[in-house]
Ligand binder design. Structure first.
Ligand SMILES: CC(C)(COP(=O)(O)OP(=O)(O)OC[C@H]1O[C@@H](n2cnc3c(N)ncnc32)[C@H](O)[C@@H]1OP(=O)(O)O)[C@@H](O)C(=O)NCCC(=O)NCCS
Length: 311
């Protein structure tokens, strides 16, 4: 397994070495249903997130040395050690053991793991990728204000992605895309859920590109959101709305609506001005022609009268 340090964090902030789960405090409205074990073997087309279900080796593997057969399944207690190791390899902050125990036992956290069952021996069931997420009540989240007003007063929830990662040798094969799709599918299946959201540290370009590719919207930049090894880092807040969670009145929508309105107004005004101009131009030549003719005639007359040629 590659041991590669990547500057990616989407878990919360660290303060004096202790992790704060900013938006995802434990135990609050976390209805985590037991996930059906969904076993599906995918081909990993690198560009299409809705990638297919048949293995096509030609489309597989900018990184992997063999054609992997990836299976997605919930993370379970036997994954504990590897899960901890991969988190340690991929993220610049340390997670408490309690976090991993909660993941593998599904306590307040939903998770999906990816394994390559074409690997030899015991490795065929070893995690090569994972995603973990937690339900959050919308009023406790920082994006509650971005959701449309719900007059029914029904409880609304959000799914907060805590961690997502794929080991280096399996990257760029659509594995993170498939894991994220599982999260979105799960969120969409919960009637109360309005969005999936997460934080990405501002310098993690690959993750930023990844979420943009997955059609997540970057809605905010949060200054000094993370505190890692004595240094502050900004984060981006990414959201993917589900179940009609998209606010019709988000600031971005308002700006977009005003821009569209102004554009069409300008077009209309320019159109009208153009028409008026055309009318004036149509009238003017007649006049001009007449006056020219008159002038010319006059000139002609004059010149003829004077015996001189006027051109
Ligand atoms: C970000 C990460 C999860 C992506 O995993 P992955 O399995 O390689 O992602 P996918 O193959 O599904 O990539 C899908 C799309 O994401 C984008 N993407 C992924 N890695 C990228 C990179 N290094 N640079 C630019 N874009 C990238 C691409 O648009 C890609 O589409 P393409 O294959 O058509 O070009 C992986 O790089 C990783 O584990 N990084 C370290 C941990 C981390 O940063 N986690 C995210 C924390 S918020």
């Amino acid at each position: 397994m590659n041991r590669c340090w990547h500057g990616a964090v989407n878990v919360g902030s660290e303060d004096n070495g202790k992790l704060n789960f900013d938006c995802c405090s434990l135990g609050n409205t976390c209805h985590v249903t037991s996930l059906e074990e969904r076993l599906c073997t995918f081909s990993q087309n690198t560009s299409d997130p809705s990638r297919g279900l048949t293995l096509q080796p030609s489309m597989v593997g900018r990184n992997a040395l063999h054609s992997p057969t990836i299976i997605y399944r919930p993370i379970r207690p036997s994954d504990l050690e590897v899960l901890e190791q991969i988190h340690c390899d991929l993220f610049p902050i340390r997670y408490e053991s309690e976090f991993f125990l909660n993941v593998v036992h599904g306590r307040g956290i939903v998770s999906w793991g990816a394994v390559d069952c074409s690997r030899p021996g015991n490795q065929s069931d070893e995690l090569i990728g994972f995603v973990t997420a937690r339900m959050v009540a919308s009023e406790e989240s920082e994006i509650g204000d971005m959701l449309p007003y719900d007059s029914s007063g029904a409880d609304r929830t959000l799914l907060y992605i805590l961690t997502l990662g794929v080991i280096q040798s399996y990257r760029n094969q659509g594995i993170a895309s498939s894991l994220t799709q599982e999260v979105v599918k799960y969120a969409s299946s919960l009637l109360s859920c309005r969005a999936v959201y997460l934080h990405v540290i501002a310098y993690n370009n690959s993750a930023i590109c990844f979420y943009q590719k997955m059609s997540f919207q970057c809605v905010r930049r949060l200054a000094s959101f993370y505190y890692i090894n004595g240094q502050h880092y900004d984060s981006y807040l990414f959201v993917y709305y589900v179940n009609g969670g998209r606010s019709p009145c988000s600031p971005l929508d308002i700006v977009a609506a005003v821009t569209t309105y102004m554009r069409s107004l300008c077009k209309m005004l320019i159109g009208r001005l153009w028409k008026n101009e055309e009318k004036r131009v149509l009238k003017w030549p007649k006049c001009k022609e007449t006056s020219c003719l008159l002038v010319n005639q006059n000139r002609k007359n004059i010149s003829t009268e004077n015996g001189c040629q006027c051109v």
